[in-house]
Design a protein around this ligand. Sequence first.
Ligand SMILES: Nc1ncnc2c1ncn2[C@@H]1O[C@H](COP(=O)(O)OP(=O)(O)OP(=O)(O)O)[C@@H](O)[C@H]1O
Length: 243
Amino acid sequence: MTAPGLHLHGDLWLETAPLIRNLALDFPAGRWSCLLGSSGVGKSTLGRLIAGLPGPFRLQGACRSSDGVSLRGQVAMMAQDGQLLPWASVLHNVTIGARLRGDKPDTARARALLAELGLVGMAHRRPGTLSGGQRQRVALARTLIEDCPVVVLDEPFSALDAATRLAMQDLAARMLATRTVVLITHDPLEAVRLADRAWLLSSGGAEALDLPATAPPPRSYCDDATLAMQARLLARLQGMQAA
Ligand SMILES: Nc1ncnc2c1ncn2[C@@H]1O[C@H](COP(=O)(O)OP(=O)(O)OP(=O)(O)O)[C@@H](O)[C@H]1O
């Protein structure tokens, strides 16, 4: 699968007020980029806009793919709260996209994904009977099964314990290696392990910080290059808060 890159420019508006001005963002094809910035700055809103989801926001500008093909139907998004259907089983939740399109759900693939995500034996449980981290993995399975060239992940690993988080980062990096991924995260280590570029958002715009690719993602969490980059990113985020 050849994933397109994305270019987005303009002002992001929420209802009647500007949320982020002067955006000029590039998301390189087949790479992970991340969006960082303080709580409430507009990361999820931007993610929803890229995914073509509805909401009280609009872009005064444009969001285009590098190949000129419409992004409609090419973007899958994992929302921050997972947005699972509480009355449906895990398996039903994972295959909901196919069901809504009237396609035959690929339950074998759904079960294989659930197994890879450590959710064996949970296919028939309801979301309300799962832990927050388990629900997050169900939402990730639902995103991965869509097999889209562009994927937006909104804080996908935030509810996981540290060891599971590392394992899920590794898995997602492997499964989405050829996709154009927009990762929304508050975790500088996650950004440095997975992304090649960080966009630091503020109400005045977005600043790019390239994360030197010392190795392909997922990068080791403990090598010197990763730790140094993590410290640099943290310092930039701290500087932005102080500004
Ligand atoms: N449906 C909505 N209606 C009105 N305002 C909204 C809606 N969703 C979000 N907002 C507001 O838009 C702004 C940006 O929210 P958004 O969720 O995009 O921020 P964020 O950077 O992702 O925050 P966080 O890091 O806390 O998840 C916030 O001020 C929020 O209150």
